[in-house]
Design a protein around this ligand. Structure first.
Ligand code: NAD
Length: 474
């Protein structure tokens, strides 16, 4: 059992001022694996005060000192590899192979990348008659979702520490234990008291408390669009800066010269990876009409290579949804697809055979989906693919750009001109050509309703800084 009924404030565990707790469930077994404290406004106030008190000294450290700190954090993170994997598997139901290669690794990459980048980062700049100095923004409130428990927190924390900002982190109530391990990493690495504070609790109390707190200077949020709107409304009251990493409905544009097997496997991996609970997942496959039948055959052929099952089994590709609520949401969307004029190719409602315990969904593929259908427009956050056909590349690009989102886009094919035209025409923050691997130094974030601001690398560090112009400096 993981039981953390205290909050980490000013370098120590502190009792909550309230008595309420929140159960944490392993979604693969439906069993309780621990509990956390449901923090109060008073708990949050204490954490914000600790972060404020620590800010003057931490913001004055040199970039070399902060780079060394980030390297020590990365070292301590690596020492706890097995613990991170165990915790993320238990709280998220994330399969062991994916947890090791992706979940664990992404968190580490952010600390290593920030350490490297901040050494070369220019915090000052001379222009015509001005001197520009980039100051740490102050106290940052970090609010994270459950789908990548270390990655989402680490990208924010690495950037904040690189910039010299102090923080209060509120993780998701579904996956709070990875953040406790991060706290152990920071303690071992020598993060000064008050620089990192951890308050657990609900979105309505702690989340709302962060976005409306007068002593928090910046809210960095990752989560759903609806909550993003509430955060902006609250933050507007005292003109607080916000960065929002929100949802997506990303297209995979399959060009007419693409290898059909490669394209089908690419599409399946998007809905199967992390059980489709990925903000950047390519959930709309746009396929040339002439390739449609071969593509669907290839989808049917390769689906069994992505088994759904026990997260502890190394051959499992897809685990359960994070919670019963999330499972119900996914089931509702699958039913909406069945009720539409789309054709169900694979999967459907209900649990896969033999997986009655745990919040497992079937890998589900619909074809003959219209671009305007609900399942092609709304973020499902589950293993559901919509296949949409197109006549020519211009039409494909129009369909690809035809949602309220703009987080990511994917292009699969061979012709360099068509790849380039498509990649450059997609209105999204991150475009991936032929499954190229991620670049952790490059900006991550969304156009349109996928968000405001950027994370990762130097762009992420900039979010935690305020540029100050001084003219007439003697
Ligand atoms: P969510 O918006 O329900 O919750 C995210 C966090 O916000 C949680 O910690 C939650 O407790 C907190 N919260 C809830 N209500 C709040 C409020 N009123 N004020 C402040 N905080 C509040 O999202 P989720 O279900 O945890 O995650 C799934 C969503 O996150 C999806 O929409 C997904 O696309 C998005 N997401 C985006 C990215 C990205 O980088 N763009 C990455 C991962 C997930």
């Amino acid at each position: 059992m993981y039981n953390y009924i205290q909050h980490y404030i000013n370098g120590q565990w502190v009792d909550s001022t309230g008595n309420e707790t929140i159960d944490v469930i392993n979604p693969a077994t439906e069993e309780k694996i621990g509990e956390i404290s449901s923090g109060t406004k008073e708990d949050l106030d204490k954490a914000v005060q600790a972060a404020r008190d620590a800010f003057p000294a931490f913001s004055q450290t040199t970039k070399e000192e902060r780079a060394d700190l980030l390297d020590r954090i990365a070292d301590e993170y690596e020492k706890r590899k097995d613990q991170f994997i165990e915790v993320i598997m238990a709280e998220l139901g994330s399969p062991v192979t994916f947890t090791t290669n992706v979940q664990y690794q992404m968190g580490l990459n952010h600390f290593r990348t920030a350490a490297k980048l901040v050494r070369d980062f220019d915090f000052t700049e001379n222009r015509e008659n001005s001197f520009i100095q980039k100051d740490a923004i102050g106290v940052a409130g970090l609010i994270t979702p459950w789908n990548f428990p270390t990655n989402q927190a680490s990208t924010k924390l690495a950037s904040a520490f690189a910039a010299g900002s102090t923080v209060v982190l509120k993780p998701s109530t579904e996956t709070p234990f990875a953040a406790v391990l991060l706290k152990e990493v920071f303690e071992a690495a020598g993060v000064p008291k008050g620089v990192f504070n951890l308050v657990n609790g609900t979105g309505s109390t702690i989340g709302n408390g962060i976005s409306s707190h007068p002593d928090i200077d910046f809210v960095s949020f990752t989560g759903s669009g609806g909550v993003g709107t509430k955060i902006m409304e609250n933050a507007a009251q005292d003109i607080k800066k916000v960065s929002l990493e929100l949802g997506g409905k990303s297209p995979i544009v399959v060009l007419d010269d693409a290898d059909v097997d490669y394209a089908a496997k690419t599409a399946i991996s998007h809905i199967a990876g992390n059980t489709g609970q990925v903000c950047t997942a390519g959930t709309r496959a746009l396929v040339p009409k002439s390739m449609h039948d071969d593509f669907i055959q290839a989808i049917k052929k390769y689906l069994p290579e992505y088994p759904v099952g026990d997260p502890k089994d190394e051959s499992t590709f897809t685990g359960p949804q994070v919670s019963e609520d999330q499972w119900n949401t996914v089931q509702d969307y699958i039913q909406k697809g069945i009720d539409s004029e789309a054709t169900l190719v694979a999967g459907g409602t209900g649990k896969p055979e033999g997986l009655e315990t745990g919040y497992y969904s079937k890998l589900t593929v619909f074809t003959n989906v219209k671009p305007e259908d609900t399942i092609a427009q709304e973020e499902i956050f589950g293993p559901v693919l919509s296949v949409i056909t197109y006549n020519d590349l211009d039409e494909a690009i129009e369909i690809a750009n035809g949602t309220i989102y703009g987080l990511a886009g994917y292009v699969v094919g061979n012709d360099p001109d068509a790849l380039t035209k498509t990649a450059k025409s997609l209105r999204s923050g991150r475009i991936v050509v032929n499954n190229e691997q991620a670049d952790f130094t490059a900006p991550f974030g969304g156009f349109d309703q996928s968000g405001i601001g950027r994370e990762w690398g130097d762009y992420g560090i900039e979010e935690f800084l305020e540029p100050k112009t001084i003219v007439g400096l003697p």
